[in-house]
Design a protein around this ligand. Sequence first.
Ligand code: AMP
Ligand code: ZN
Length: 113
Amino acid sequence: MADCIFCKIAGHEIDAKLVHETDELTAFHDLNPQAPVHIIIVPKKHIVRLSQAAPEDVLLLGKMQYAAREIAEKLGVAENFRLVANNGRKAGQSVDHLHYHLLAGRKMNWPPG
Ligand code: AMP
Ligand code: ZN
């Protein structure tokens, strides 16, 4: 997708601080972190949001979740982290390329804002 910031990061067209990469996924530090650990996990495939994922994306979605588990371990936060997908503008989604936020390193509140 032209003009998609996360496609550009996944395609190494623009820089990001990568923490994990496979042929299907990329994960990098959020530019505007909301916690001491704030990682964005994206599929290399351009999917706009979770509600637009298709049946053939099920394995990819599972791999994104497992990547979160591996990254949390690598960064030493496996015992306490939060995994968030904002789906749609009113839910807080600002970048229209599916991503999970992996947040850790501080006390998390519930319910979220
Ligand atoms: P959301 O608001 O759920 O769509 O999350 C988008 C996230 O991407 C925000 O937390 C932004 O800070 C982050 N973000 C936007 N552009 C970049 C970038 N170029 N590199 C790293 N993180 C970014
Ligand atoms: Zn994209």
